[in-house]
Design a protein around this ligand. Structure first.
Ligand code: KG4
Ligand code: ZN
Length: 358
């Protein structure tokens, strides 16, 4: 079965053709990084216009690279949300029109569920129950996944997403957008033990994440120590590298702290780490260490599948289509779409109802 995946939730226009849920025939991504760079972040209006220009040629390229034509496609999966409304609408309207024209099924996919399915291509089958830590520019959530397709958020960020914190701290230091890869590179030459940044404690005691206090702590450190921002083409100072390393180490530590704490309670058999920040090697190494301590395997997507792509959307879509779940033409973009359809086992056993928000 061939599924055409379409992703346009933020600043990547992507299309992919996958076969039987786990074989990538093509995965084409058009990044808007250069377009948004001068603004230090994604400008929603520009993003939507760019998606509109790119979506048709990107889908064509995905079909060409897969050496198939539209009539070979069995179904379409498209990101329904969460994301930027203008960006999402481009993909959703395009997918609906295409599916209607071709008279084939289509399904709206939760972008975060897509990130979870990004590990489906290059790893052994997931052992359930699993943990899925999704860390990206827009999201930072730890999901308990008792079985395929069921999700319960057990830890979430109260403010900024981890990737957003990387991007904002980078901006503070005069570094380019997106900040994650640049901070990671500088951190390699920095001393992570140089500065003690705080790990947020949530006042109501819930095991959630928070990165806004860390961002403020970096900003205060920069101000109090009169750290000079990096100027274009100049080599960053050792101080900047130490800040990058110390900041990165604090983010990684705070993510891992909750994973480890909650693992004792939920006893997962696999740890999935995905989303743009999963490109980060410090996070990968720390996750591997946690996996070793818990004696469970850790699955990452390869780096090109960690950031936004359409192959992961097609894989999640395939999963739903196989279960007979598909969307109809009333489906529309959902900017704040949630991924939580499992409250707790007892309640579920009693009601035998699983809510899907697709
Ligand atoms: O998943 P993604 O492509 O888009 C969203 O759904 O948000 O993630 C993009 C985010 C950006 O915030 C970027 O700075 C971060 O992922 N990122 C990284 C690295 N590569 C990308 N963060 C830390 N280290 C990296 N190597
Ligand atoms: Zn994403």
């Amino acid at each position: 079965m061939l599924v055409l995946g379409i992703e346009s939730s933020c600043d990547e226009t992507a299309a992919a053709v996958i076969e039987d849920g786990n074989k990538i025939l093509s995965s084409v991504i058009s990044s808007q990084i250069e377009l948004h760079k001068p603004f230090g972040g994604v400008v929603p209006e520009l993003a939507a216009r760019e998606h509109l220009e790119k979506i048709d040629p990107i889908v064509d390229e995905a079909l060409q690279q897969a050496q198939v034509s539209l009539k070979d496609i069995d179904a379409i999966a498209v990101t329904q949300g969460p994301g930027l409304i203008g960006s999402l609408l481009v993909g959703v309207c395009y997918a609906k029109a295409l599916a209607f024209g071709l008279d084939i099924p289509f399904v709206g996919v939760n972008h975060i569920e897509g990130h979870i399915f990004s590990v489906a291509f290059e790893n052994p089958p997931i052992q359930f129950p699993a943990f899925a830590l999704i860390v990206s520019g827009g999201h930072t959530n730890l999901f308990f996944v008792p079985e395929a397709g069921k999700y319960k958020v057990i830890s979430r960020t109260r403010d900024d997403a981890a990737g957003e914190a990387f991007d904002k701290v980078a901006k503070m230091l005069g570094l380019e957008y997106p900040g994650g890869p640049i901070i990671e590179k500088l951190a390699l030459e920095g001393d992570a033990s140089k500065i003690k940044f705080p790990i947020a404690k949530i006042s109501d005691g819930r095991p959630d994440f928070s990165f806004s206090g860390l961002k403020t702590a970096v900003s205060r450190y920069v101000r109090d120590n009169a750290i000079e921002k990096v100027v274009e083409d100049e080599t960053p100072s050792q101080e900047i590298k130490d800040i990058a390393a110390s900041f990165q180490a604090t983010v990684v530590k705070s993510l891992m702290k909750n994973v480890e704490k909650l693992a004792a309670e939920f006893q997962p058999k696999t740890l999935i780490v995905a989303g743009g920040v999963a490109c980060n090697n410090a996070l990968r190494e720390a996750s591997e260490s946690v996996g070793k301590r818990l004696n469970i395997p850790v699955y990452f997507p390869s780096k090109h599948l960690s950031t936004d792509n359409a192959a992961m959307i097609a894989a999640a879509g395939y999963f739903h289509l196989q279960r007979g779940e598909q969307s109809d033409l009333r489906m529309t973009a959902d900017v704040s779409m949630r991924l939580q359809n499992f409250e707790n086992e007892d309640a579920q056993l009693k009601s035998k109802k699983v809510r899907y928000r697709l």
